[in-house]
Ligand binder design. Structure first.
Ligand code: SF4
Ligand code: SF4
Ligand code: FES
Length: 800
């Protein structure tokens, strides 16, 4: 028998008299689960490596002299296990008694009360009475570990699930066990705040109420929330989530697969409200969520949501109702078409819309007769490069990759959970990682990083091409995975980088590797918008073209749907000019964003949990999103608003001409995709010769509606900063935290200096859409990586 066949071999085990056949190497705890027998666990978790620290799972195995932990013991053929032997029961009682010695009995007020494993285990396996006569040792309560996580030290049972997650999965190793023996406590390394993009998972994994989430703490009890299975709509991954509502209010977001896994499938309550689907436990990210997806939900119920249609540029006033609002837009469109032709109307949006809504937006452009339509509001060229190349990558392929090549802005800022898969592959030594971009990523394992931004990216990619090929050369059945951010739409660098990506893919294939390419969209629904055709029609203008025409005073109407161009478009001055020189600007959004403030008409939309339709995820797969709340206030779903407009313009509002979105995605033929790809082939701009160039940095918590208008996130939104490599900082005499003023040919910004070894030398990184400023204040369409003309350290004035 070959090794592979041997490892596939099945063995027979008897557990509590039941016989089960499982693959050789299966842990006793898992074999028992398959036999329908529950072994109590605390430290074990199917998504973490076994640790064997809590001893709750001890079982009796025939011919073994002592009890063994079921979570670290693999089964062998013919093994006979007893999980209910009196000796086992005695140990279980003892462990629970031990855990409860200092555990506070604050279950009635503990956030986890009702879904706590210690509570359940004590009920099922624990001692009936307490023998404790002495007072409990009290530890600190409500320790704020980081922005989202609170620790009640006295509830911790030291199972280390959180610490192991942070090390094994997040690979951040921020959480550690401090002190020793009875003083052991979960804390952060060096006392730093617990702050990375995945901290909520640690709280979700905690079997007791030691780690809780700050936004949810004391807001609801597990038995009075109504859970609904859904999808996160904040990035192109679209992780499966469970939304918990209380009296119609969204109280928390948890990972859809987690309740079952955390409680190890034993709790009827959880089992009842866990809706299994093919999406769970998630080829996409193994069921983890990022903190944005988990905690950025309070915007849904924000009192700042637009409650009524508004009109009046700068000094917005409530309109009587929808009829008046839509009449104004209809009249503006009709007037523009009659007096200046259909091309004087521009429609921008779709990247935040469900597939049907995006299709309806395209239909609206067609009904008006304007080819000027685009969904691209950042500098992303395409979201589906993979399609024309025939090498569409799927997230699941990443787990089998031998080589991973990452090109562009840090993956974690755009598709966080995808980055977790890369981290895991690196940490487990499964793949060699190559990264080309402006910021050095922090992966473990075999990593080669080449600093490069914009114009330099294609050259840097060529520089590593041979090493990438060498990394898979000797591997039988090798697999390569390339992730490119697709940015560089307006400066033309996307075309050069994209071509190099395809060249590299070709060379790898030639060398015998199976190649997958993935381009995460810049917006959550970029792929849906592409499939729906929200790209310029024949002879039409893209977003940049429309804005230029507007800035010249030659566009009559701009209709912006779910778009905050002042935050997202890489040329703020151009957007300002365009908005001020267009006679009629309509914005359809959830909030009065900066862009909406400059509009003539604001139409209140509703969040995705109040809309039904189709999501297209990063893999190109479609998912049905169901509205779980009715539209509130005067807000209306985008699809309804668009249908109404279509009717008013005399077009069919029901889009019978539109194929269902799943067909539209499938019909995105290589030829069509090539056409999309062709859009990116703009003129390549000149490389600016400069000692220091501005490099925009995409940030997960960057500007735009849902972060800016979320009470929880607004507090943690990073202030604008100027990132400098230590070598540049030293040369320029800038120290950490200095207030600096930076000027380019296009604008200036004042911000604190952040000395970052991860930013490439010669680059001055400025986050996009941070609080108090954005990289786009310094850049222009004609010059996306401008030279820094002046950088001055501002000495604070001494008062008095
Ligand atoms: S905080 Fe929770 S997950 Fe972490 S060690 Fe304590 S009990 Fe375990
Ligand atoms: S990775 Fe994306 S889809 Fe998943 S939780 Fe985070 S923001 Fe939502
Ligand atoms: S679950 Fe086995 S030792 Fe903790």
């Amino acid at each position: 028998m070959s090794d592979a066949a041997a490892s596939e071999a099945q063995v027979t085990v008897t557990i509590d008299g039941r016989t089960v056949r499982v693959p050789k190497g299966t842990l006793v705890v898992e074999a028992a689960r398959q036999a329908g027998i529950h072994i109590p666990v605390f430290c074990y978790h199917p998504k973490l490596k076994p640790a064997g620290v809590c001893r709750m799972c001890l079982v009796k195995v025939e011919k073994m002299p002592k009890l063994v932990p079921a979570c670290t013991t693999p089964v062998t053929d013919g093994m006979v296990v007893d999980t209910r032997d009196p000796e086992v029961q005695e140990v279980q009682k003892g462990i629970l008694e031990f855990l409860l010695i200092n555990h506070p009995l604050d279950c009635p007020v503990c956030d986890k009360g009702g879904e706590c494993e210690l509570q359940d285990m004590t009920f099922n396996y624990g001692p009936a009475t307490s023998r404790l006569a002495d007072a409990k040792v009290r530890r600190r309560k409500a320790v704020e570990l980081g922005p989202f996580i609170v620790l009640d030290e006295e509830r911790c049972i030291l199972c280390r699930r959180c610490v192991r997650f942070d090390d094994e999965v997040a690979t951040e190793a921020q959480l550690v066990i401090g002190e020793r023996a009875v003083d052991s406590v979960v804390t952060t390394a060096g006392g730093q705040p617990y702050a990375h993009y995945f901290t909520g998972n640690a709280a979700e994994l905690c079997p007791v109420g030691a780690l809780t989430s700050a936004p949810y703490r004391f807001r609801a009890r597990p038995w009075d929330v109504s859970p609904v299975a859904s999808f996160c709509t904040l990035c192109p991954i679209h992780c499966p989530v469970r939304l918990d509502f209380r009296h119609g209010r969204l109280m928390r977001v948890v990972s859809q697969g987690a309740p079952e896994e955390n409680t190890f499938g034993t709790r009827g309550l959880m089992a009842a409200y866990h809706t299994p689907s093919e999406d769970v436990p998630g080829a996409r990210g193994m069921g983890w969520l990022c903190d944005r997806g988990r905690f950025n939900y309070q915007y849904v119920q924000s009192p700042q949501r637009v409650a009524q249609p508004l009109a009046g540029r700068g000094a917005l006033k409530e309109l009587a109702g929808w009829d008046e609002a839509l009449q104004r837009l209809e009249q503006a469109i009709r007037r523009a078409v009659a007096e200046h032709g259909p091309g004087s109307v521009g429609i921008i949006g779709g990247g935040a819309l469900l597939a049907e809504e995006a299709a309806r937006l395209r239909r609206l452009a067609e009904a008006i007769g304007t080819p000027n339509r685009d969904h691209r509001v950042a500098d992303q060229a395409v979201a589906s490069l993979a399609t024309p190349s025939g090498r569409s990558g799927r997230v699941a392929d990443l787990d089998r990759a031998d080589v991973i090549v990452l090109v562009g802005q840090p993956l974690v800022e755009q598709a966080p959970v995808l980055d977790l898969a890369v981290r895991r592959a690196g940490a487990e030594g499964r793949a060699a990682i190559f990264a080309v971009g402006p910021v050095r990523p922090r992966y473990r394992g075999r990593v080669r990083y080449v600093p490069a931004a914009g114009f330099d990216m294609a050259a840097a990619l060529r520089e590593i091409a041979q090493d990438v090929a060498a990394a898979v050369a000797g591997v039988k059945g090798a697999r390569s995975f390339i992730v490119w951010d697709g940015r560089g739409a307006w400066d033309g660098s996307a075309a050069a980088v994209g071509e190099t990506v395809l060249e590299l893919a070709g060379a790898l294939e030639h060398g015998g590797s199976e190649v997958h390419i993935l381009v995460p969209g810049a917006q959550a629904q970029s792929r849906a918008a592409e499939a729906a055709g929200m790209l310029p029609g024949p002879g039409g203008l893209d977003t940049a073209g429309m804005l230029k025409l507007s800035a010249e005073g030659r566009m009559q109407v701009l209709y912006l749907v779910g778009v905050n161009l002042l935050e997202t478009f890489p040329d703020r001055a151009l957007v300002e000019a365009a908005l001020s020189r267009t006679p009629f600007v309509a914005v359809q959004d959830l909030f009065v964003t900066e862009t909406a403030r400059a509009a003539d008409l604001v139409l209140p939309a509703v969040p995705s949990i109040m809309r039904s339709g189709t999501l297209v995820d990063i893999d190109g797969q479609t998912h049905r999103l169901e509205a779980v709340l009715p539209p509130d206030g005067a807000g209306r779903p985008d699809g309804e608003i668009l249908a109404d407009l279509l009717r008013r313009l005399g077009a069919d509002g029901h889009d019978r001409s539109m194929p269902p979105p799943s067909e539209a995605v499938a019909a995105l033929s290589p030829a069509e995709a090539r056409r999309i790809w062709g859009v990116a082939n703009g003129p390549v701009m000149a490389h600016p010769a400069a000692a220091l160039r501005v490099v925009p940095l995409v940030r997960l918590y960057g500007g735009g509606g849902t972060v800016e208008f979320d009470p929880v996130f607004r507090k943690h939104r990073e202030p604008v900063a100027v990132w400098l490599n230590p070598a540049d900082a030293e040369r320029l005499g800038v120290r950490q935290g200095d207030e600096v003023e930076v000027r380019t040919a296009h604008g200036e910004i004042r911000a604190a200096a952040r000395i970052e070894a991860s930013i490439c030398e010669g680059s001055l990184g400025v986050p996009v859409g941070a609080a108090g400023g954005s990289a786009w204040q310094l850049t222009a369409l004609s010059n996306p990586y401008p030279a820094v003309l002046a950088l001055e350290v501002r000495t604070p004035e001494v008062v008095g």
